[in-house]
Design a protein around this ligand. Structure first.
Ligand SMILES: C[S@@+](CC[C@H](N)C(=O)[O-])C[C@H]1O[C@@H](n2cnc3c(N)ncnc32)[C@H](O)[C@@H]1O
Length: 226
């Protein structure tokens, strides 16, 4: 299975070997399967709330296991059918938590739950790789409020849509900006188009809350033109 540009961008960020990688809201599980295939971690944990999807994925992973019986050092996998907000992060393990392909507001709510449900000690060294669909401005403010710091951020154009891949951790002291300041190259036509798309969208939202959305627009305009 060839990964999309968006999932490839996330996969590329996972260059070091880890104890555990979480593919949260995994759906088809393409990303986790690619990570398993290249043994990126000792264990890959797939999490999604839809039981039928997780049954199909478990069956697929079991059949891959049977085919690979001869390999001793193959990484382990686990499929959890549950709410991502309730995942339990083990202590003293190097871990990456990926949450991709859901709305930014839901993603923030899941992050708030994960952080409320796990001891800060256990979360300290976890890298979170987040790729929401829309609402990145609100998500970024929420992540900053949770005390997370920025590791990296990038814009990915995939299948005629723009995405932001935001990598954060409690271990980073770099402030998360509302607009993703470090990811923009406004000499790049695609980045210019994305900025304009955001400004157009927030202009349409002005009638909902003029003060708030004017601030959002001003922040994006403040990125400059090039
Ligand atoms: C569009 S898929 C994303 C698939 C993959 N992560 C990607 O980026 O291509 C979104 C998935 O999120 C799952 N989901 C939504 N809310 C969830 C929650 N609270 N806990 C676990 N899974 C959830 C849905 O069941 C769905 O399979």
């Amino acid at each position: 299975m060839k990964l999309s540009k968006r999932l490839t961008a996330i996969d590329t960020l996972i260059s070091q070997h880890h104890d555990i990688i979480w593919d949260c809201c995994c759906d088809h599980g393409y990303l986790g399967m690619a990570l398993l295939k290249r043994a990126a971690a000792n264990q890959v944990i797939f999490v999604d709330i839809v039981a039928t999807l997780m049954d199909v994925l478990s069956a697929q992973l079991s059949s891959i296991n049977k085919l690979q019986k001869t390999c001793d050092k193959k990484p382990q996998w686990q499929v959890l059918c549950q709410d991502v907000g309730k995942i339990e992060i083990a202590k003293n393990k190097s871990q990456v938590v990926v949450i991709a392909g859901i709305g930014g507001e839901l993603l923030l709510s899941l992050m708030q739950q994960i952080i409320a449900n796990n001891a800060l000690d256990n979360l300290e060294h976890v890298r979170f790789i987040l790729c929401p669909v829309h609402h990145t401005y609100k998500l970024r403010i929420g992540l900053k409020t949770l005390g997370l710091g920025l590791i990296s951020e990038q814009i990915v154009y995939d299948n005629k849509r723009f995405y932001e891949v935001i990598e954060v951790s409690f271990n980073s002291q770099n402030e998360i900006s509302n607009t993703g300041q470090s990811m923009w190259n406004l000499n790049h036509a695609q980045h210019k188009a994305y900025k304009q798309q955001l400004i157009n969208h927030y202009n349409k939202m002005l009638n909902k809350d003029a003060v708030y959305y004017q601030k959002v627009i001003t922040d994006y305009q403040g990125l400059g033109d090039s």
